[in-house]
Design a protein around this ligand. Structure first.
Ligand code: OAD
Length: 249
């Protein structure tokens, strides 16, 4: 692995790449005030995922799970995209304006902040907190209401509606996964921002990219299992590192 790179050097590293794939995690929204899962103030330090983020938890206590997501919705609704979200949207515009330019943003986040910042080609690997899905028939709909109904409403088929996110023990949506794996395999440059890279299968995407010849860049204030194989590591926050990307290409 190369020694850590200064945020300013990231520009030089990225310049010239015409096919970029980005994978983001909770760290990219941390500076917007949305808590991460495993960091110092991480949600999984205060709550148990098996009580709140599994299909079994919802079957056992739908109200508890519903209320937890209602609380997160309120928190996320108050948040604004930060400099990292904005820089990624800007980078996409500039790359896709180039002849043959390709840009795909793969996110594990359910908060929708990338879309709010203007990113277009976003693949939501873990779903969206702004969607509800029937736990019986699988019908999905967008629902932006805040606050949410105090109780999980029922679908026309009488099944309980649940958040439109992926829970532990559930597979990723097939079409999102195949789009993500294809984009990773085709990228010349794979940028990983703000993920602990511990949750599969999302954590395997940088490896797919690397095995197919991409250069791997990581932005994260702390080391992750990916750091060892990265071609470039930037040890700073997402907004600090990406906020400086505005002049390349
Ligand atoms: P984690 O909470 O596991 O990891 C967040 C990462 O962001 C850590 O590596 C932090 O060091 C880093 N980080 C913290 N602040 C940052 C900042 N300001 N800028 C850049 N990086 C920062 O979150 P994810 O990797 O996204 O899934 O977690 C993956 C999945 O596990 C989530 O989608 C969620 C969770 O359980 C489900 O709920 C199914």
């Amino acid at each position: 692995m190369n020694p850590p790179t200064e945020p300013g050097d990231l520009e030089a590293f990225l310049s010239g790449a015409k096919s970029i794939c980005v994978l983001t995690g909770a760290g990219v929204s941390q500076e917007s005030g949305v808590p991460t899962f495993r960091g110092a103030d991480g949600l999984w330090r205060k709550f148990r995922p098996e009580d709140l983020a599994t299909p079994e938890a919802f079957a056992r206590d739908p109200l508890l799970v519903w209320e937890w997501y209602a609380w997160r919705r309120e928190l996320i609704q108050r948040a604004q995209p930060n400099a990292a979200h904005l820089a990624l949207a800007d980078l996409e515009q500039r790359i896709t304006a180039l002849p043959g330019g390709q840009f795909t943003l793969l996110t594990q986040n359910v908060d929708g902040l990338h879309e709010r910042a203007g990113s277009r080609n976003v693949v939501r690997l873990h779903g969206s907190i702004w969607h509800l899905r029937c736990s019986r028939c699988g019908e999905e709909r967008e629902d932006r209401s805040v606050p949410l109904d105090p109780f999980p409403p029922r679908c026309e088929c009488s099944g309980l509606l649940r958040p439109g996110v992926v829970w532990f023990g559930e597979p990723l949506p097939e079409s999102e996964w195949s789009q993500a794996a294809r984009a990773a395999a085709e990228a010349a440059l794979f940028l990983v921002v703000g993920t602990s890279a511990l949750v599969q299968p999302a954590a395997s995407l940088p490896l797919i990219a690397k095995q197919n010849g991409a250069r791997l860049v990581e932005v994260n204030p702390v080391p992750t299992p990916l750091s060892e194989m990265a071609d470039c590591v930037v040890r700073s926050t997402a907004a600090e590192a990406l906020g400086k990307l505005r002049t390349i290409h």
